[in-house]
Write a protein that binds this ligand. Sequence first.
Ligand SMILES: *[C@@H]1O[C@H](CO)[C@@H](O)[C@H](O)[C@H]1NC(C)=O
Ligand SMILES: *[C@@H]1O[C@H](CO)[C@@H](O)[C@H](O)[C@H]1NC(C)=O
Ligand SMILES: *[C@@H]1O[C@H](CO)[C@@H](O)[C@H](O)[C@H]1NC(C)=O
Ligand SMILES: *[C@@H]1O[C@H](CO)[C@@H](O)[C@H](O)[C@H]1NC(C)=O
Ligand SMILES: CC(=O)N[C@H]1CO[C@H](CO)[C@@H](O)[C@@H]1O
Length: 377
Amino acid sequence: MQSVRSILVLFLATATAGFLAPDPTGKYNVTLTTGTLVDYSRNDAYAALPTPRALMLSVFQPATCASIVSVPYMPDKTAEYQGPFIQQSFNISADLTPLFLEARLPVCSDHPGSCSPLENRPILLFSPGYSTPRLYYSVIASAIASEGFVVITIDHPEDANIIVYPDGHVVYNNASILDSPTWNDWDRAADASFIVDQLSNATAMAALLPGRGRRAFATDRVAMLGHSAGGVAAILAASQDRRIRAAANWDGTIIGSPALPQISQPVLFFTHDPTTDASWLAAWPQLTGPKIVLRVANTTHQSFSDVPSLIVAAGLSTAPFADVVGAIVPARMVRLLTAYTTAWMDGAFKGREAGPLLQGKEPGRFPEVSVLTKENF
Ligand SMILES: *[C@@H]1O[C@H](CO)[C@@H](O)[C@H](O)[C@H]1NC(C)=O
Ligand SMILES: *[C@@H]1O[C@H](CO)[C@@H](O)[C@H](O)[C@H]1NC(C)=O
Ligand SMILES: *[C@@H]1O[C@H](CO)[C@@H](O)[C@H](O)[C@H]1NC(C)=O
Ligand SMILES: *[C@@H]1O[C@H](CO)[C@@H](O)[C@H](O)[C@H]1NC(C)=O
Ligand SMILES: CC(=O)N[C@H]1CO[C@H](CO)[C@@H](O)[C@@H]1O
């Protein structure tokens, strides 16, 4: 791993000015607003003291903007925590702290008058992997938002390994979540339902999105997706809340036995693996709507986050990290995740199951994607 060490030394020497994460790939610009929604009706099951569940959110809205600014990709406190955490978790010789400290995200300037978010767009909730902050999915969320969707990424308290709130206080992961046979996934699903409730609460939306005014969002086109445990949470949320009209699970094994009820909403699965996840096969009969399992060649479980995109944006190669992040070109991964996920959600909202891409009518567009199983459409 000498190569990684020398790359990082070079990186540290050159990256002090910061680097810009990739622009959103779609037809619109994207605004970013971060803030908190607090559910006073539910305490955190894993907080040491009774604490109402406080969800830290990033809201990405498609927009037309006069200018773009760059904002920190994550707070310094988060970056300084993530570097050593990832180094240890994946046993790599590189400490990625500088990568996270120097990364910046291109978003619309929120200067009044220079930016108009689009109205009446469908809304996608995004739930991260176990212990993973929502901030690791901002590039992907921007790409999806730039196709005309409002995307809301969620930090689930006591689950994300670190959450920094606007007032500066920090909440860390409580590993006893893993002692529960269903992890935190039902709490995550309840978080999603709470957010849908709040979307139709004009007061709550005015506090979360001050520039938007005192207006509720329509909740007739809401769906949920997520990575890993977040993908499982999306399915559970759809099972308990009919307002969530479709789900997408990016590489999330259903751990434990969450007693899945029948689910009629469309469910899309992405896997890095050449075989279909055994836990998905077990859940398959419960899914009575359109369902599909797609495999992406040359990926790993960690390909479904921004980390590979950041490595490339910093001018580095993902090759030394291929064991961890996969060999697929990160920009390609973002494009295909965006294309299939938005096609799936669009299909669900329009009442037909899928557009041409998912019906296999665009062969050659993404040859690295193969259909492992498909039913009911
Ligand atoms: C973790 O969760 C357990 C179970 O709810 C709780 O008893 C404990 O106090 C929590 N630990 C911390 C550090 O918050
Ligand atoms: C971590 O990586 C080093 C160097 O590649 C290796 O020697 C060691 O066995 C690894 N440790 C674990 C726990 O995998
Ligand atoms: C709407 O949001 C406000 C501010 O968060 C809150 O005080 C109020 O109770 C909410 N109303 C409903 C019906 O949930
Ligand atoms: C996977 O990566 C290898 C090596 O880079 C490449 O030759 C191959 O074409 C890729 N497979 C697909 C399906 O893209
Ligand atoms: C579609 C759109 O609004 N594109 C704009 C995004 O922002 C850049 C920089 O301000 C503009 O040049 C684009 O026209």
